[in-house]
Design a protein around this ligand. Structure first.
Ligand SMILES: [Zn+2]
Length: 362
């Protein structure tokens, strides 16, 4: 089997690779297994934007789909189904569609497929330096995409380069119209992960939320965009012992960028500067002004999100507020002891000790 690299810097799994062998016979893992390995190999070993981040985002997407009851019960229209797809599963109750099931049919199987695939591919070949760096440093990516979401455009392009390889194309049996819809959906969702578009997407979603309609395609698309955004930045929803190491990874990646920006004479964002940011200050602002408002909006549509996702965010905010108080107290102590030391140094004169005065006086 050919290697999986589409960008020229990843290993090429062969038929003797233990992971591939464990997946069973070649018939069983191709193209699903080969596609998954190819995706794995096209994530770089960055401190944060690596395959583990891709895994977490995808796992959170799966969780949200189930938590919010989004799983499509209706199969895609016959015209979009793969020619060899099995018949749709029988509905409970002898195939009768009840009102309650209709209410559950928020997304089609196609929607779920797009959500999951977009999550898996959303940071492919991330170089570890954000869009601001790409644009300021006038990198090849920024030039190629005219400064418009260069990274997200790149992740998406890599995804479709992988899918263009016959051995990796998990959609090879999907008819052309179905593939067109998958492609359009994935592009929309991956491009929505550019945080520079956060306010714009949130405003549009809030507007739709005033009268949300599951039969309206535009409303559904915005909900999917919000879902991938939620999953992308959902580390703080996880238990603290899982979430906190990710903050260290993110700061490590930020510092790598700001150090490079300093050495190249480029502007440096304060939140990335190791001399200005602390873990607590970085987290409090992000949780308060980005995460909580976004998950609160989702809670209006899916109340169960409050207990399972918003509550950990509130706890996380409290944790970092306490950490900040501790940081501030330590700073005061250090400042106090530095001032104290400074005063002692200033006040110190040879012979001005108690004994010294005495000796001078006599
Ligand atoms: Zn991401």
């Amino acid at each position: 089997m050919a290697g999986c690299s589409v960008v020229g810097h990843c290993r090429a799994p062969g038929p003797h690779c233990p992971v591939m062998v464990s997946l069973g016979t070649p018939d069983a893992w191709e193209p699903m297994g080969a596609g998954a390995l190819c995706v794995h190999d096209n994530y770089r070993n960055n401190p944060f934007h690596n395959f583990r981040h891709c895994f977490c985002v995808t796992q959170m997407m799966y969780s949200m789909v189930w938590l919010c009851g989004l799983q499509g019960l209706s199969p895609p229209p016959l015209s979009l189904q793969p020619s060899l797809s099995p018949p749709p599963p029988a509905l409970p109750g002898g195939g009768q569609t009840s009102d309650s099931l209709l209410i559950q049919e928020k997304f089609s199987q196609m929607d779920i497929l797009v959500l999951m695939t977009a999550a898996i591919c959303h940071d492919l070949d991330h170089p570890g330096y954000n869009n601001t760096y790409q644009i300021n440093a006038r990198t090849e990516l920024a030039v190629r995409y005219n400064d418009i979401s260069p990274l997200e455009n790149h992740h998406c392009a890599i995804a479709f380069q992988i899918l263009a390889r016959p051995e990796c194309n998990i959609f090879s049996s999907v008819p052309a119209e179905g593939f067109r819809q998958i492609r359009q959906g994935m592009i929309t969702l991956i491009l929505a992960t550019d945080m520079a578009r956060h306010a714009e997407i949130m405003d549009s979603f809030k507007e739709k939320m005033e009268n949300f309609d599951y039969s309206n395609e535009e409303h559904l698309t915005l909900l999917k965009m919000i879902l991938i955004k939620c999953c992308d930045i959902s580390n703080e929803v996880r238990p603290m012992e899982v979430a906190e190491p990710w903050v260290d990874c993110l700061l490590e990646e930020y510092f790598m960028q700001s150090d490079r920006e300093k050495s190249e004479g480029l502007p440096v964002a304060p939140f990335m500067d190791r001399d200005k940011v602390t873990k607590a200050t970085a987290q409090i602002g992000f949780i308060k002004f980005v995460l909580i408002p976004m998950f609160e909006t989702v809670t209006k549509l899916f109340p169960i999100v409050e207990e399972t996702m918003l509550r950990p965010l509130w706890e996380s905010r409290e944790h970092y507020e306490e950490l900040k108080q501790l940081d501030d107290a330590m700073k005061e102590v250090n400042k106090g002891s530095a001032e104290d030391t400074g005063r002692r140094v200033r006040d110190w004169r040879p012979g001005r000790t108690k004994g010294g005065h005495k000796s001078q006086a006599h």
